[in-house]
Design a protein around this ligand. Structure first.
Ligand code: NAP
Length: 327
């Protein structure tokens, strides 16, 4: 396993982060424990969670399972969790008000069985709460030692840049880490988020490197597995609903077969090969799925291979229309 610095922090993390969204959902406690152990044996010290995992109807269960697994080795780990999703019956049991965040962090720490998390993510942008209210709440949590570094997920670049400006103005601990979606199938982050991260030395731990299963080799124009998130989960079904995703999946599988490397390994390695990415967050429902994701940490993707894989899907259009100026 390789390790790298987490953005501008002095913390070293493994180049693969394991996402625990399946804990207590797609993976029962025993399978979750086996995956955790396998990750630790592979050298992973970095685990991502959220208060809402494994889903709104079982919110908190993933944190609780992760908490039970990390107890004996907490100080060797870098743990992240998130706030925003609806975690209770009340209308205020969600979003990014100071009121909700202060309660949510206590509940997360209790379930995780720890007195602090390294990274605390605002899981989405909240249109109904002033950004400075949420950022000030984060600052207070940093000063109280309950969270060590503030972070955001699924924010647009202009929102991230505004947050950095506000932190500089108020002398708050600025954002340390971003968590965008990023894979060969979803490349929007290349336009503004990854360049912003490079320019400001923000860590990036991107999620869904396998497109939630799309790039695992089991999907194609006509091919569908018996079971899978893209078939069973309405949100993911919609996210990857267009036929072009399945055409890409087929092209990608063919490419990987030609190289005799598991598609999951190539999909994760391609994300890792981007110099703005600190660590992709990999997900799995069992040990068998996990193995090829871990193998990506050992794969050296040279520039020619990287270019070949990149050419399989269209690069997103640039951030402004004066594109001829870049040539
Ligand atoms: N910030 C956010 O909004 C956000 C959103 C999503 C995820 N995340 C984080 O990122 C982590 C990873 O996200 P993700 O689960 O979407 O990542 P992913 O690696 O793109 O997708 C993982 C899924 O792909 C399928 N898969 C993986 N390996 C496979 C294999 N070898 N063979 C066949 N199928 C395979 C499995 O789903 P099936 O078996 O169902 O096909 C598995 O659950 C999560 O655990 C979470 O921590 C964050």
């Amino acid at each position: 396993m390789q390790y790298t610095m987490l953005g501008d922090t002095g913390v070293e993390v493994s180049r693969v982060c394991f996402g625990t969204m399946s804990f207590g959902g797609d993976a029962d406690r025993q399978t979750s424990a086996a995956m955790y152990r396998r990750c630790r044996d592979a050298g992973i010290n970095f685990f991502d969670c959220a208060d809402v995992y494994p889903g709104a109807d079982a919110a908190g269960v993933s944190e609780e399972i992760l908490g039970s697994l990390i107890r004996s080795e907490r100080d060797q780990l870098v743990i992240s969790t998130k706030v925003y999703g609806k975690v209770g019956p009340d209308r205020n049991d969600q979003r990014l008000s100071r009121r909700h965040m202060m309660r949510a962090v206590e509940n997360s720490l209790q379930r995780l069985g720890t007195d602090r998390v390294e990274l605390y993510f605002l899981h989405n942008f909240d249109d109904l709460t002033a950004m400075e209210e949420s950022l000030r709440a984060m600052e207070d949590l940093v000063r109280a030692g309950k969270i060590l570094y503030p972070a955001v997920s699924n924010w647009a670049a202009w929102q991230i840049a505004s947050a950095i400006g506000a932190a500089e103005m108020h002398n708050w601990r600025r954002l340390a880490c971003l968590q965008p979606m990023y894979s060969l199938a979803k490349r929007q982050a290349e336009v503004e988020i990854l360049p912003l991260a490079r320019a400001r030395n923000l860590a990036v731990i991107s999620y869904s490197p396998v497109g939630g299963g799309l790039l695992s080799g089991k999907y194609g124009r006509k091919a569908r597995p018996g079971q899978g998130r893209l078939l069973d989960n309405a949100m993911y079904k919609k996210r990857y609903g267009e036929g072009s995703y399945y055409e890409l999946a087929e092209r990608f599988s063919r490419h990987c077969a030609g190289r005799a490397v598991h598609p999951v390994t190539v999909a994760v390695a391609w994300v890792m090969a981007n110099d703005a990415v600190t660590a992709p967050i990999v997900g799995a429902r069992n040990l068998q799925q996990l193995e090829p994701a871990l193998a990506a940490a050992e794969l050296e993707m040279d520039p020619d291979w990287y270019a070949e894989v990149s050419a399989l899907s269209p690069a997103p259009p640039p951030a402004h229309d004066r594109s001829e100026a870049a040539e």
